[in-house]
Design a protein around this ligand. Structure first.
Ligand code: ARG
Length: 459
C-alpha cells in the first residue's frame, strides 16, 4: 500500500487486475522526455519562488537528467503497479535523491502534468508533420520541371473531361497539403498554452509563477482557467482531425496513382522499391505502399472518432477517461508520419509513361469544352454552342474520329459562318494553350504557379 504515491488513505491493496486495467505506462512512457522537461521547468520555478532551495532544485534536476538517460538507454524498469509515466519518474527520483525528490510534486497534480506533457508532445509532433508535408510538397514541385509541358487527361465523374498539364496535377496536391500545414500552424497556437499550475482542477494556494514555467517551456501563453485546461483535450482532437485530413488527401493521391499504374491506364511506372509481389502470381508487382496509404486512412479517421466519442458528455474537470486519449493520438501520428515519409520518395522516383499517355490523349474529346468556348467567343450563346458541339462530337464518335478529323463542311453545316480557324483550337495541345483564367491549367499560369511555389517553399 505504501507503494502507491496516493496510498495514504487506503487500507487495502489494489487488486492486481485493477492495476492492469488502469495502467497507462505501457503507452505513456512515450512522453518521458516531455514529462522530465516539464518537471525541470517546474522545479526551477519552485526554486525561484522559494518553495525549493537552489540546492534542492539542483539535486532534482540532476536526478531527472539521470533518469532521462536511463530511459533513453533502455535501462529503466517499468512496472504496471506504478501506473503511469509520471509516477515512474517521481518514484525513480525519490529512490535516487531521497526525500528532496518528495518535493517535486509541490503545487502540481498529475492532471495538469499530463495535460502539459501532452501539449509539449503534440507541439513536437506538429513540427515533425509539418516538415514531412513540406518534403512531400517539394517532391511534387521537383516533378513540375521534369514534367513541364506533359498533358494528362483530367477527369470528372472519373470520365475523361478536359486536358490538364501534369504540373497542374502536382500543384493541386501542394495546395491541399498547404491547407493542412496552415491547419497545423493554427492548431499549434492553441496547443502552445501552459496547463501546469492548474493543479488538480482549482489551481493552488502556493505562490507559484506560471509565467516563468511558460517561458522556460516555450509556451506562448498561460491557460487562464484551471478547470478548463485540466479537463479538455480539444487540442488533441484538432491535431488528430488535421492528421485525418492529411490522410484523406494522401488517400486521394494514392487511389489515383494506383489506377494510373494499372495496365489499363499505364500512365506511370512506380519504383520497384516501393512495390511488393504476389506469393502465387509470379508476374505481379503490386502498389502496396499506395494501397496501405489509402487503407490506413481508415484507422486515422477511426482514431478521430474514438476521441470525439471519448470526450462526449464528460463532466468537469479531470476524469480518468482522458487517459484513453493517448493511444489514438499516437497511432494517428505514427500512421500519418510513416505514410508521409514514404510518399515523398515515391513521388520523386515515379516515372510517367509519356508515350502511353500521349497515344490515348486523342480519345474522349477532351477538346470539346474549349471548342465550345471558341464558339462562344464568336458570339454563339453558350446553350446553343453546347448543343452544337454535342452534335458534332456525336458525329465524330459515330465515325470513330477526333473532332479535328471532321471536314470543314461538317462544321459549317452546324454553324454556317465557321471557317478554317476551328482547326486552330481543336486537339488537346491547343485546348490547353487556349486556357487563360487565373488558377487554370493555362501553361503560362501553371509556370507562374510553379515559380510562386518555389519561392514560397524556398526551393
Ligand atoms: N495517466 C493519467 C492520464 O493519462 C494521468 C493523470 C492521472 N490523474 C489521476 N487523477 N489519476 O490521464
Amino acid at each position: 500500500m505504501a507503494e502507491k504515491t496516493w496510498g495514504g488513505v487506503f487500507n487495502e491493496a489494489t487488486d492486481r487486475r485493477v492495476e492492469q486495467f488502469t495502467e497507462s505506462v505501457s503507452f505513456d512512457r512515450r512522453l518521458f522526455a516531455h514529462d522530465i522537461a516539464a518537471s525541470i521547468a517546474h522545479a526551477q520555478m519552485l526554486s525561484q519562488v522559494g518553495l525549493l532551495t537552489p540546492e534542492e532544485c539542483r539535486q532534482i534536476e540532476q536526478g531527472l537528467e539521470a533518469i532521462r538517460l536511463e530511459i533513453e538507454q533502455g535501462k529503466f524498469e517499468f512496472r504496471i503497479e506504478w501506473e503511469d509515466i509520471h509516477t515512474h519518474i517521481e518514484r525513480a527520483l525519490i529512490e535516487r535523491i531521497g526525500d528532496v525528490g518528495r518535493k517535486l510534486h509541490t503545487a502540481r497534480s498529475r492532471n495538469d502534468q499530463i495535460a502539459t506533457d501532452l501539449r509539449l508532445w503534440v507541439r513536437d509532433a506538429i513540427n515533425r508533420i509539418d516538415v514531412r508535408l513540406l518534403d512531400v510538397q517539394k517532391a511534387f514541385i521537383g516533378r513540375c520541371d521534369r514534367d513541364a509541358g506533359v498533358i494528362l487527361p483530367g477527369y470528372t465523374h472519373f470520365q475523361r473531361a478536359q486536358p490538364v498539364l501534369a504540373p497542374h496535377y502536382w500543384l493541386c496536391y501542394c495546395e491541399k497539403l498547404q491547407r493542412d500545414r496552415e491547419r497545423l500552424a493554427d492548431c499549434r497556437k492553441r496547443v502552445n498554452v501552459l496547463s501546469l499550475g492548474a493543479a488538480a482542477l482549482a489551481g493552488t494556494s502556493l505562490p507559484i509563477d506560471r509565467e516563468e514555467v511558460a517561458r522556460r517551456l516555450g509556451f506562448e501563453s498561460v491557460a487562464a482557467n484551471s478547470l478548463d485546461v485540466s479537463s479538455d483535450r480539444d487540442f488533441v482532437l484538432e491535431f488528430v482531425f488535421t492528421l485525418a485530413m492529411i490522410a484523406e488527401h494522401l488517400s486521394t493521391w494514392a487511389e489515383e496513382w494506383i489506377l494510373w499504374s494499372t495496365v489499363e491506364f499505364d500512365f506511370l511506372k512506380l519504383p520497384q522499391a516501393f512495390c511488393t509481389g504476389s506469393s502465387i502470381m509470379p508476374q505481379k508487382v503490386n502498389p502496396d505502399v499506395l494501397e496501405l496509404t489509402r487503407g490506413k486512412t481508415a484507422r486515422v479517421v477511426g482514431n478521430l472518432q474514438t476521441l470525439l466519442v471519448l470526450i462526449k458528455g464528460l463532466p468537469l474537470a479531470y476524469n480518468r477517461d482522458l487517459q484513453e486519449d493517448k493511444e489514438p493520438l499516437f497511432d494517428a501520428f505514427d500512421t500519418v508520419d510513416s505514410a508521409l515519409s514514404l510518399a515523398a520518395p515515391l513521388i520523386a522516383q515515379t516515372e510517367l509513361n509519356l508515350p502511353a499517355i500521349a497515344e490515348r490523349l486523342d480519345r474522349g474529346y477532351l477538346d470539346a469544352t474549349t471548342f465550345m468556348e471558341y464558339l462562344i467567343g464568336r458570339g454563339i450563346p453558350q446553350r446553343t454552342a453546347h448543343g452544337l458541339v454535342g452534335r458534332l462530337v456525336r458525329t465524330a464518335m459515330d465515325r470513330g474520329v477526333r473532332l479535328a478529323d471532321l471536314p470543314l463542311t461538317e462544321f459549317q453545316a452546324a454553324a454556317p459562318d465557321l471557317d478554317e480557324s476551328v482547326y486552330g483550337v481543336l486537339g488537346v495541345e491547343q485546348a490547353v494553350a487556349a486556357m487563360q483564367s487565373y488558377g487554370s491549367t493555362a501553361p503560362a499560369e501553371v509556370r507562374k504557379q510553379v515559380e510562386r511555389w518555389k519561392k514560397r517553399l524556398e526551393i
